[in-house]
Write a protein that binds this ligand. Structure first.
Ligand code: 8ID
Ligand code: ZN
Length: 356
């Protein structure tokens, strides 16, 4: 039996840069060629969504805008040309930041879909997952295996994929040490879990007792409170067994300062992976020390379809359990307020009105 799709649905919408976010009813869209309509059940809230509301970045968003790009739900309708191989009706899928890419430009051809020259970005250039029914490209939705809980998997769909990709790009190998800067937030808590699952030692850097306790529960080897440390470089190096510093640093903080410190404490031949996107920020590194240490500084941006499938597979194998709290879709403004204050340990997940 075909699913019963309403004409109207609940959504969180911003009309202009800076908000406010308005909880209201809007029409349900129809999937076009190559697209599916996904009945979103849960959606994580990423700091990217708050950057979008605040107009923090140099690319404008669409307006009015439905944010969100960590949506887990069920395919309820398919547009023209979508085959069973792409997506079946009733299948559980994830709507990611990369809602669509052309699949034919030079970057897409090399499986660098996030670098596509004409991407569609969920919750930024197209409406995202803070609504009950979301449109996504059938070729880009992530496939969620049966039995995987849709609430807990949702943060994996951006935060998990992104940090898993970043860890891979860092080249850190099992037994080595990675420092995670912003370890108590959404990306950071997932980075701690993926790093552990990949056999890495972790140094968690963030602030406050809640994030410290959470990190310790996730098995971090050391926690450094950036607000209490008088010398981050010294403390990070001291947290490694031989005192030489971590093999990789994963930067997921929403503050420029650590982007100007990491090259100083990373180990010789180590890699700094830049992921966080604080507004108007610059990466800075001392040339002399960076050269003599042969430091590598590299940015990393979400992940391709294969990275997404691998990140979900780690979860499905029971290796990833990052803390999350669930609230209703209507409570998004409270989540943004806490996020703005840096007061979220882990991730918030929004529950849609029709989720069981
Ligand atoms: O593909 C990408 N590159 C990508 C993908 C997804 C998200 C990038 N992002 C970006 C987001 O846009 C955002 O800028 O990653 C950043 C982190 O997103 P998030 O994890 O969703 O944010 P959060 O949950 O607010 O966590 C940020 C943490 O950083 C800590 C805060 O305490 C918080 O726990 N932090 C700050 I602010 N300053 C810090 C510092 N100096 C710090 N931690 C350590 N040292
Ligand atoms: Zn995100």
């Amino acid at each position: 039996m075909a699913p019963n799709i309403p004409d109207e649905q609940w959504a969180q919408v911003i009309e202009k840069v800076g908000g406010p976010v308005e909880y209201k009813k809007i029409p349900v869209a129809k999937p076009g060629p190559g697209e599916v309509l996904v009945n979103i059940k849960y959606s994580g809230v990423c700091h990217t969504d708050l950057h979008a509301v605040n107009g923090d970045w140099p690319i404008p968003t669409k307006l009015p805008l439905v944010g969100g790009h960590e949506g887990a739900g069920i395919v309820v309708a398919r547009g023209e040309g979508v085959t069973d191989q792409d997506c079946k009706i009733g299948e559980a899928v994830g709507v990611k930041w990369l809602n669509d890419s052309c699949l034919s430009c030079t970057f897409c051809q090399q499986a660098d879909e996030p670098l596509c020259l004409t991407p569609k970005l969920s919750g930024y250039t197209v409406d995202g997952t803070f609504q009950q029914y979301c449109i996504a490209s059938a070729k880009h939705v992530a496939h969620i295996p049966e039995g995987v809980p849709l609430d807990e998997i949702s943060p994996v769909l951006c935060a998990g994929i992104t940090v898993y990709k970043g860890l891979k790009e860092s080249g850190a190998r099992p037994g080595q040490t990675v420092a995670i800067v912003g370890a108590g937030g959404g990306l950071g808590s997932l980075a701690q879990q993926y790093a552990k699952a990949m056999g890495l030692n972790t140094i968690a850097i963030d602030s406050g007792d809640e994030k410290k306790t959470m990190s310790e529960k996730m098995g971090c080897d050391a926690f450094i409170d950036f607000a209490k440390s008088s010398d981050i470089t010294k403390d990070v190096r001291a947290a490694t067994k031989d005192g030489l510093g971590p093999h990789a640093v994963i930067l997921v903080a929403v503050n420029e300062k650590p982007f100007q410190q990491a090259a100083e404490y990373v180990r010789p031949r180590g890699t700094v992976i830049v992921i966080g996107l604080p507004a108007n920020a610059y990466i800075r590194a001392p040339v002399f020390e960076s050269v003599l240490k042969m430091v590598r500084i590299q940015a990393s941006y979400v992940g391709n379809r294969q990275d997404s499938a691998e990140a979900i597979d780690f979860f499905a194998r029971g290796l990833i359990h990052a803390p999350f709290k669930t609230v209703d879709l209507k409570d998004l403004p409270d989540v943004y307020e806490k996020m703005h204050k840096g007061a979220i340990a882990g991730r918030y997940v929004l529950k849609m009105p029709d989720a069981e």
